[in-house]
Design a protein around this ligand. Sequence first.
Ligand code: RIB
Length: 315
Amino acid sequence: MRLAYAKSRRLSSSGVTTGVTQIVVIGAINADHVLAVGSLPQPGETITCTREIAAHGGKGANQAAAAATLGMDTALIGVVGDDPLGSRERAALEQAGVDTSFIRATDTPTGSATVVVDNDGANMIIVQPGANAELSEDDVRAAMQRMDLSGSVVLASLEVPLDAVAAAAEYARSHGARFVLNPAPAMHLAPYLLGWCDVLLPNAVEQLQLGYSGSELFELGVGAIVITQGADGVEVLRPDRAPMHIESLHVEARDTTGAGDAFCAALCAALRRDMDLERACRFAVIAGALATTGLGARGHLPSWDEVERHLGRAV
Ligand code: RIB
């Protein structure tokens, strides 16, 4: 059904894709190579894995797949290599229901990541950016110009060039869409880019690495900050309001890879469906927790109904 939706989108004579794109994701598309181990290796240590799987990854692709699995009309803007891995990743996104017509193919190999996961679900990730490094401002603007962004939520992460992210933020904010930034991996961000963020979604480490305090971010124009803390839930910071902590759902975590991506996607989906920020965070922590129950970043992406069933029990 979702695949049918993605394939049913058509270009009008003006070049605009017909139908509102509810969630637009700008980010990386990777082929993940997952190695399950008993415990993560120490520097200088050689260990043997217990299982090896070829999985789908990249923060942008994971977020887009998670949003589409929640039932949102979702498009991903990104770049893959013109190679078998690029075709494989594009096919996996289409299978999840993502509109892949804004993904460009290039001669540079598809991005990849080696993910090592231990028995407790903790991970180490090394990324080879490949084609993701070629995403340009022009790619982003050309894609967004073809979309109807009325009321959309645009979500970006930082495994692609900052210029492309900034172009997405500026375009979103000047065309009636909200802009949400997942600053992962963390890096120094220019004040003007932060000023375009309706919501900033760092994890606790990234929040420190950003180098701005909460009040400095609010002065720059950030609308709200939601700091993810893994199994401990999230901290919600808003200007002129007391910080609020939201507990996560308790699950047996198998692999925490991609849990943050599922959280970001679910938060954007909930905001797009008019939940207020607090309820959207309650919804998203459940989606993030459920995502840890499968191996690989997309080992278990929950549907809207699955998250709602747990939300019903939590309130
Ligand atoms: O957030 C998890 C993702 O980070 C993995 O899928 C990997 O590809 C890296 O991009």
